[in-house]
Design a protein around this ligand. Sequence first.
Ligand code: IVH
Length: 685
Amino acid sequence: MSAAAAGRRAAELRDLIREASHRYYVLDDPAVDDAVYDEWVRELDAIEDAHPGLVTPDSPTQRVGATPTRGFPSHTHLHPMLSLANARGGDELRDWNRRLHTVLEQEGMADPHVRYVVEPKIDGLAISLTYEDGHLMVGATRGDGEVGEDVTGNIRTIRAVPLVMRTGIGRPPGRVEVRGEVYLPLAAFAEFNEARAAAGQATFANPRNAAAGSLRQLDPRLTAERPLSAWFYAAWAPDGPDLTTQHEVLEWLQEAGFPVNPLIRVHDDIAAVAAACEAWEERRGEIDYDIDGAVVKVDSLDMQRRLGAVARAPRWAIAFKFAPTTATTVLRAIRVNVGRTGAIVPWAELEPVQVGGVTVERATLHNQDDLARKDLRVGDTVVVQRAGDVIPQVVSALTQRRTGDESRFRMPTECPGCDTALVRPEGEVIWRCPNRSCPAQLVESVIHFASRGCLDIEGLGEKTVQKLFDVGLIANVADLYDLGADDLIPLEGFRDQSAANLVRGIESSTLRPWSRVINALGIRHVGEVTAEALARVAPSLEALLAASAHDLARADGVGPVVAGAVTGFLSSGENRAMLDRLRAAGLTMRMEVPDGPVEGPLTGCTVVVTGALDDFTRDTARRAIIAAGGRNTDSVSRKTTFVVAGADPGSKARTAAAAGVPVINEALFASILTGDLPVPARQPD
Ligand code: IVH
């Protein structure tokens, strides 16, 4: 290829890659197949290798470009990074509202009509980004609010952060300062901590600390391995368009390519604001990131200017704080559990305590080293922390409360499940039961297999699994698929109906996607996030069996240890025999990529399903949409054609209705699938 042709192709590839990653990371609405995307990146890499002169600093290949630093230079923010005053409860929120009305009246605005924007308060790390003519120049931490640390190299590795702003055909935006919050999604946090515990490293108390640690890594390659993400909520663009409200700022940010939280809403009065904040507190567990409150902002930028700030906090915004997610309680006992891979995991039995609205009586202690590092003793008063669905953890002991009656924990020397002597391989921190037919391990592996992030078998909880083992109906996961209702009916606690339901639940588990099957296998070090990455590099069972550790290490977040665990698992004859049986039972053993666009009633449509449907599971609805030529996505965006809402629909139905996207019921959906009714039209904007 001539240098000129290479240059043109490189520019073209960069545009394609940028557009695809914007759709994927920011809009959550992927436009191309992962394999196609990977191929573009490979091609661009190859061109840049052959023509180093063509490499541009904001080429998508250059996210992890910076070399390790010895410390971070300081960066003076163009605008100070303020903090927020807190309101605890509706009364304090109304007090705040009265104060700001008084100030506005003093400013000469008689009877001001104030609108409010309510944003989730992300419990992450504030960052400030500076763009020059659309190119990311500096990414900095908050620091003391005036001067932060320049961590540009690390921030560039976060896929949600555009290296180049989308400016459309408007004039170049000059210098722009953008503010947002970097966070670690909860699922990724849980996996990350487990991996650290398994490697004998100290675990992080919460996603916030893990995100902070990641952003301050001296080597950007380490930051790049952590799946950080970001939401943006403020911008200054003196040469940009004239914006008059916070919600316009958010819209502009979104158009410029920054992820803006889709849950943000504008409200007309303080009662609606209070209701929204309270609703948020109740539903904080439903989202995949930690929020510690809601931020309420006066929408009008003119009013914001008139209101100004006192000390370091603006009068025009307030943080409605949620109940804390930490609490103190007494550590009653330390017990151990035998995990599905034989790992002996200590856990804490606690004096029951309310944490963020939920009663907690158990918490994970990760491993013996972690326990020793935290010097936890039975009888201690301890700090417990909970984040969303992540298993609560014991963070520390309040040593000043000790009376001398506390006792240290001794690790058992034999497996509590089968009495086999425990072993601790050289260099590892986890004690293990080496008995591969240890009943406790087998029970755990079936519980994991049936759990929510895996094959999600309704009606197959811990107790039922234990019962099926006890009566000898199952000895491993493959046996589940041989169960018939007749086997179950004689068991205590089963009736015709519940037996039929469980058998149906097991049957529908065969529809779960390939990545869930990988997760369900219970391979060491492989959780939900890693399983998805593995499914992308090994899109079928054949591909997985044929892959070398080296091939697998191409997957995001997979290094030699994880890759070795996967190949080790697959090399066992017993495991292969089990995989054969699972395949024979009809489990999904490949990624579903339709052969090409299917022509059907939904060709060209993007459909979101929310709430519970009667005649479809999520998987069967997805298949039906794809079979009818449509695309099925999880979140509502401008591209959504319509939303199907079942029982107890979530916020998606409201988001859609507010955006003028049609929301239809299941019956209508069924008629559209058969072509009996046309696809509903969007309301004109
Ligand atoms: S606005 C006046 N909006 O909360 C401006 N902050 O306590 C102050 N935060 O340092 C920031 N989500 O790290 C704002 N939607 C949001 C936020 C948010 C999280 C954090 C941010 C800030 C801290 C203030």
